[in-house]
Design a protein around this ligand. Sequence first.
Ligand code: HEM
Length: 509
Amino acid sequence: LRTWKKKKLGPPARFPGPKLFPVVGRVHDLPRFAMWLKLKEWADIYGPIYQTRMLNQPFIIVSDEKIAEELLVKRGHIYSGRPQIRSLFRHKEGPSYVALMDRHDIWTRQRKWVHAAMAESHRNHFYGHVENESARFLGLMLMDPSRFLDYTREFCGRVMSRLAWDDATQGKTNGDSADMTLHCMSVSGPITNTMTPIWHLPFAVNPWKKFEVKREAAQRAWWINNYRLARDRMLRGELPSDTWAYRYFEQLQREGNHELVQTEDQEVFACCMIGFFNLVGVVTISGPLKFFLMAMALHPVWQRKAQEEIDRVCGNRMPTMKDFADLPTVRACLKETVRWRSGVPLGVPHQAEKDDEFRGVQIKKGTIILACEWSINRVESKYPDPESFRPERWLEPGWPTYQEPLSRYPNFREGQGMHTFGWGRRTCLGNNIVDDEMFCFGAAVLWAFNMGPKVCPRTGEPVHIDTQATNSHVILEPSTFYMDFKPRSRERGADVLDGYKSLVGELKI
Ligand code: HEM
């Protein structure tokens, strides 16, 4: 009788969504590149929570902060898994990439360790390395401004490698390695991530698997090598105590392991944990910083406002973290950059770890939940005029995102807009360093240079900057674009050069 009654009630409730087709679901008009634009288009039609299917994989797409919170934070015990990425080996099991693991013991141990190491470094504002690398960046920009995109990514890589192993010279490799890993894990990467059955072709005729074997081995060897170099220096008493490697070895020694002897598994666990921590902080920050430079070139009024603020507070010296409270306009321009051009536009997918029911709809174990950051940043009621770059939304009372005191807000650690860093048990572990690094870099560049679009030497016209042209990785960086940097005065140029020269002995330039 019950079954009959159920049948009488009709088909089970479902969220709205685009029409699905047999077998394929809805993949034919879903682009592999800039997929977030299509998801936003669908959100405008189907609302803040809708469902779709790609082949046999069900998806729920959320475009509303409150709903994302209900699902991914309040029900975090259900929705905190990670989906399978076909073209990466064993990422769910670990120990290589903490951000892509399922929730198990290795993930818990790595997450806890990384969280504590980050908190300790943040308490010390990263020991001045962010400021030093900012001064180095300015010096290089004075000599060859056309390489601003490379230098920006290298800056981020150097900060991370200095903190991890005391070896900033690994910064460029760090960026390249991060970029390739992101390529392999993105929908826009190897075709095997979308046409998953091809992944199972025999190894001899499978170029994707062959490539991944090589890539993974090279990355692992690079992490192990740096880890062993740091261990040797630790044993000789030469490793600086402000590195994450030192923190790890010191813990082993405190437990009685004075010679730092480890099994292969223990060593791989540690070198991957520190290696990935180091890797994940490169393009996540360089993408937003490149967009920040772009925004400054395109919005001279905001550039001048921020420069006037810096001149008033810092005069002729380069800004440092000590000026954080006094430079809200700089912080607002940075915060608005990350809203306007999301660093992680699709969000990082969560996966349902068991069956659930939400708002009367059955959600099956394995369903992927995407809290689409691109759409969340475009909710009109919270972010009026969402397509425009409007730093004043963080600075002027009356805007929904305004928060006082301005000596504290906006920032990347707390307050409005923290959805940028994800949800619940999987929230980002890096927002402390994002806060320091973006502030120091942004304030330093504004202090040193006037920025604008590049003028074509042939036509005399400004070279167009396409603000939508980006890579299509999980983490966004703009495609190559051109802009101009000029020292703000002859004296400022000399100050930049002095700052650079003063570091030559100290930094591995
Ligand atoms: C503006 C820069 C950044 C943005 C926008 C960002 C955003 C995110 C997002 C959206 C997630 C996924 C959260 C979720 O699944 O709900 C995440 C995870 C993570 N982030 Fe970041 N991130 C940034 C920078 C960094 C940096 C600099 C580091 C480290 C140095 C870092 C370390 C991590 C780690 C380790 C995870 C994985 C957490 C887990 O899965 O348990 N992030 N980040």
